[in-house]
Write a protein that binds this ligand. Structure first.
Ligand code: SF4
Length: 311
């Protein structure tokens, strides 16, 4: 079996951060804002990870904990003010296992709360439950998103081998929702021929409904040269070479390139994303991330209103 990491267990090191609040923007996705990443590297080791840039060559094998993250944040917050929502975990999973030891994510959240800054978290972990009380007391100004690519555990174990199972994620979501914390799912990335089975997606959305999911967003896999290299080697080791030709066709022949990323044929993207949107509507789940604004909860209410209009 092909492994895209080198060490059986990632090595954990500490490092001193010079800055912690970063501007992030993805022109192709029309998103921008502020982000905090208390760690460099990620123990979840997802095959398709977008954060494996060339300047972090040991992304899957060496985890750096920015031990002074909270102190740096206190110094930087006055520069940006408290009105811009902060994404926690744009280039790492802030609730990966190492967080249970260092508690850096918790510390930065406590500071954001103290300064009244809205935040939202993307994770594939259930360790976020440790901080349920913390998020609960701030529930009007934060939301949590679990990235969940599939409920097929055979596929999941292959493409994101150390992330939480779908079942555990749904259990965590239920508990967070019982505490009235806004929680969504990001079904992303959809990978052609790997996790794009519509029946499976349909079941995932039904389970999300049962877990009282607040909203669902989704996205189709983008390819970068290094990501494609990993996926290609993975497909060869899975003896699915014919899928390589499908990807070449969808992405390199019929798709388009924006910046470093290849996007697939638009017809494919529209079909699968349209399907997810439709399934969300059928199940009464708002589709799309809440608008990023200072009052996250009022934006969430707005997306619910749109759903009622749709019905
Ligand atoms: S959880 Fe996110 S940051 Fe971590 S390996 Fe997976 S995709 Fe990358």
């Amino acid at each position: 079996m092909y492994r895209w990491w080198k060490k059986d267990i990632p090595e954990v090191k500490v490092k001193k951060a010079k800055s912690i609040l970063h501007n992030f923007s993805t022109a192709e996705l029309n998103e921008n804002g502020l982000a905090i990443n208390p760690y460099v590297g990620c123990q979840h080791r997802c095959l398709y990870c977008y954060a494996t840039y060339e300047w972090v060559p040991d992304f899957y094998d060496e985890i750096y904990a920015k031990f002074n993250a909270d102190k740096v944040l206190i110094n930087e917050l006055p520069i940006y003010g408290s009105k811009i929502p902060v994404l926690i975990g744009s280039a790492t999973d802030s609730y990966q296992p190492v967080e249970l030891r260092f508690r850096l994510t918790r510390k930065v959240i406590e500071i954001l709360q103290r300064y009244g800054v809205p935040y939202y978290i993307f994770t594939k972990s259930t360790a976020v439950l440790r901080d349920l009380d913390l998020h609960k007391r701030y529930k009007d100004k934060c939301y949590i998103v679990w990235s969940l690519t599939t409920i097929d555990e055979n596929v999941k174990r292959k493409i994101e081998p150390f992330a939480a199972s779908a079942e555990k994620i749904f259990d965590a979501m239920k508990r967070m929702r019982e505490a009235d914390i806004i929680c969504g799912l990001n079904v992303d990335p959809i990978m052609p021929g790997i996790n794009d089975d519509k029946n499976m997606i349909s079941m995932l959305i039904k389970k999300a409904k049962q877990a009282n999911c607040s909203f669902i967003s989704s996205g189709v896999l983008r390819l970068r040269d290094d990501i494609w290299e990993r996926i290609k080697r993975f497909l060869i080791s899975e003896k699915r070479e014919s899928l390589i030709r499908t990807y070449e066709h969808l992405y390199f022949k019929e798709g388009k390139k924006i910046g470093y990323y290849y996007f697939p044929n638009e017809r494919y993207s529209k079909d699968i994303i349209g399907f997810i949107e439709e399934e969300c509507m059928k199940n009464g789940i708002p589709y799309g991330l809440p608008f990023i604004d200072i009052e996250i909860r009022s934006c969430y209410m707005e997306s619910q209103r749109k759903l009622i209009e749709y019905a």
